[in-house]
Design a protein around this ligand. Structure first.
Ligand SMILES: *[C@@H]1O[C@H](CO)[C@@H](O)[C@H](O)[C@H]1NC(C)=O
Length: 344
């Protein structure tokens, strides 16, 4: 069985750690409970296009995604209703792939939008607390960023962590990258990896999770989640290790991973894009459950939203018409990390 070799180079040092499998895929997978999400936004009702991604929740539990109105530069609210959230109408248009909300120290709600083409994060703010996000600005930028693809925010320090990726037939270190932007918007690179994509922090903001996948000869050969000890004040990572190797976990090493989100207890919900389902992992990295989807084949991202932050919304192109974006919903017992931080 394939052992994941973590080959990333972290700024200032090179870390290598390996993980080996101890159980067979079928043994592991058989004992895992399977649940099923229900359709929420369907092909008939959707106002989102096929590039639906960047799942996010605000302090009221409203749910958002990118790719509104089949427009790369438009993001939309999807729960409780579908409507335009923010669209970049500048001449050089953005391609938004990520959204995260935050409350700044003055109590103003803001959203950070990752722009893969502009290699930047745009910030929009709601200064009057009326749900009108009017003021937009480039918050952080670097032409050396690969994308960013997705982003995570440490709510205690306003610090962002950004992942980027490039899909090449034979992955090399540098096809993925990890950046941080401090509260003033200063961008700094933290490391280079094979393809990186999903990114999340633990509820105590002491662990940073980052997905890493590899290709050989044009085929996907491994998928893992790396974990780092993180200092969200200084923006430093250390003790890089393989948190989950999907080949060892459930034999799904060749199924690509996409976005991931934590709940308030530190469980991780992971979009298994290549397998068309969500894997729920315990804080120790054990496989707890699968959530199968109704209207989506390739799930790109998810977030826990809704009035109590306990509705898992998963997004992806619609199974029955891949030109539309669909959203499934599944009720969970524990509120999301982001929802609990925005409330607290
Ligand atoms: C969707 O896009 C079209 C054309 O780009 C535009 O005319 C229309 O107003 C947009 N709809 C919404 C709801 O933003």
């Amino acid at each position: 069985m394939l052992a994941v070799l973590y080959v990333g180079s972290v700024a200032g040092s090179t870390s290598i750690s390996t993980s080996t499998s101890t159980s067979t895929a079928s043994d592991t997978a058989r004992s895992v409970p399977v649940f099923k999400a229900k359709p929420y936004v369907t092909v008939e009702t959707s106002m989102f296009g096929p590039l639906i991604e960047g799942a996010a929740v605000d302090k009221n539990g409203n749910f958002y995604a990118v790719g509104f109105n089949d427009t790369k530069a438009a993001t939309g609210m999807a729960f409780p209703m579908q409507k335009l959230f923010f669209q970049d109408r500048a001449k050089t248009k953005s391609w938004f792939n990520a959204i995260r909300f935050n409350i700044d120290p003055a109590g103003v709600q803001e959203a950070y939008l990752g722009d893969v083409e502009g290699h930047r994060v745009v910030r929009v703010r709601d200064p009057e607390n009326k749900g009108r996000f009017v003021h937009s600005e480039t918050f952080c930028v670097s032409p050396d960023m690969l994308q960013p693809n997705d982003l995570a925010i440490a709510h205690s320090t306003q610090r962002l962590f950004l992942s980027g990726m490039r899909f090449t037939p034979n992955s090399v270190v540098g096809d993925g990258d990890l950046w941080t932007c401090d509260a003033s918007g200063k961008a700094r690179k933290l490391g280079s990896f094979h393809r990186t994509n999903g990114i999340e922090l633990s509820p105590d903001e002491k662990t940073l999770y980052l997905s890493e996948a590899s290709n050989r000869g044009g085929k996907v050969v491994s998928n893992a989640i790396l974990a780092f000890d993180v200092d969200v004040h200084r923006g430093e990572i250390s003790r890089g290790r393989v948190f989950v190797d999907f080949e060892s976990l459930d034999g799904s090493g060749t199924d690509d991973i996409d976005g991931m989100r934590a709940d308030a207890h530190g469980n991780l919900y992971v979009a298994r894009w290549g397998a068309g389902k969500i894997a729920k992992l315990s804080p120790a990295g054990a496989l707890v459950a699968y959530i199968h989807l109704s209207s989506i084949d390739q799930v790109t991202n998810l977030e826990l939203a809704g009035p109590q932050g306990k509705d898992l919304f998963a997004v992806g192109a619609c199974k029955s018409n891949p030109k539309k974006g669909c959203i499934d919903r599944y009720a969970v017992a524990v509120e999301g990390r982001a929802f609990s931080k925005l409330h607290g």
